[in-house]
Ligand binder design. Structure first.
Ligand SMILES: [Zn+2]
Length: 238
């Protein structure tokens, strides 16, 4: 009886506030989440390699990531860009969880054993979290660990300075260690571990480079990197 009432209440709620596909805008069926089946089937995914050349080449001579993974190809406009915009600017952390989970499952299906001990999100400054309401990389990691079966270590790396203005400075100035807005809060939790650091979109790689510089201070740490989406219209470059 309870299930029957629940189903009917859900149906009425759906009529008033229909859940729509974040990508194409069509109504979602009851068992669909975030995007419709058609959009799921056509998600432009990258090869499921653990050493994606595009992200590893981007950091050549800057960071020694052990593995580099990418999930979605992002054109200048279109579905993936809309999903990332919804995740970052339209109060939709569920998009990150949903895509992160698919990504984790995708890798798990191909590689029986994944080489990482823990997954960590690129941290956001507490003031910015307060402004946005959430850190989109936390959402991606939450989904990723559900899909992959790995564990996460949120909060071990933190952003202690906001420094938005650094975005406009040159690469060398940006990567100067003394300007690094990131630091490791819990060194003990990371000693000897192989961590996978996840970001939403990789473009210049400046943020990830800062994170790498903070992480490499931990004894015997191994670091790998991943981004949920990467631009394909212009090859990512320095
Ligand atoms: Zn759709």
């Amino acid at each position: 009886m309870k299930a029957w009432i629940r189903k009917n209440v859900d149906a009425v709620v759906h009529m008033i506030y229909p859940k729509v596909c974040m990508q194409c805008g069509w109504d979602l069926f009851e068992d669909e989440n975030c995007i419709c089946l058609k959009c799921q089937m056509t998600l432009p995914t990258a090869a499921p390699t653990l050493n994606h050349p595009q992200i590893l080449q981007l950091f050549y001579g800057r960071c020694s990531w052990l593995n580099g993974i990418l999930y979605l190809k992002m054109e200048k406009s279109g579905g993936v860009r809309d999903l990332i915009h919804a995740l970052k600017y339209y109060d939709s952390p569920e998009v990150g969880e949903y895509l992160g989970e698919r990504w984790g499952r995708y890798l798990r299906r191909v590689h029986r054993e994944l080489p990482w001990d823990a997954v960590i999100p690129v941290p956001m400054h507490p003031k910015k979290i307060k402004q946005r309401g959430y850190n989109q990389c936390d959402s991606i990691v939450q989904g990723f660990v559900r899909g992959s079966g790995l564990m996460s270590l949120p909060g071990v790396l933190e952003r202690t300075q906001w420094k938005e203005s650094q975005t406009f400075k040159g690469r060398w100035e940006r990567s100067a260690r003394e300007l690094n807005p990131f630091s490791v809060r819990d060194i003990d939790a990371l000693i000897g571990k192989h961590v996978l650091l996840l970001d939403d979109v990789v473009t210049t790689g400046a943020t990830l480079e800062w994170c790498y510089q903070a992480l490499e201070k931990v004894p015997n740490i191994k670091c790998s990197v991943g981004a949920l989406a990467y631009p394909v219209h212009n090859r990512v470059s320095g």
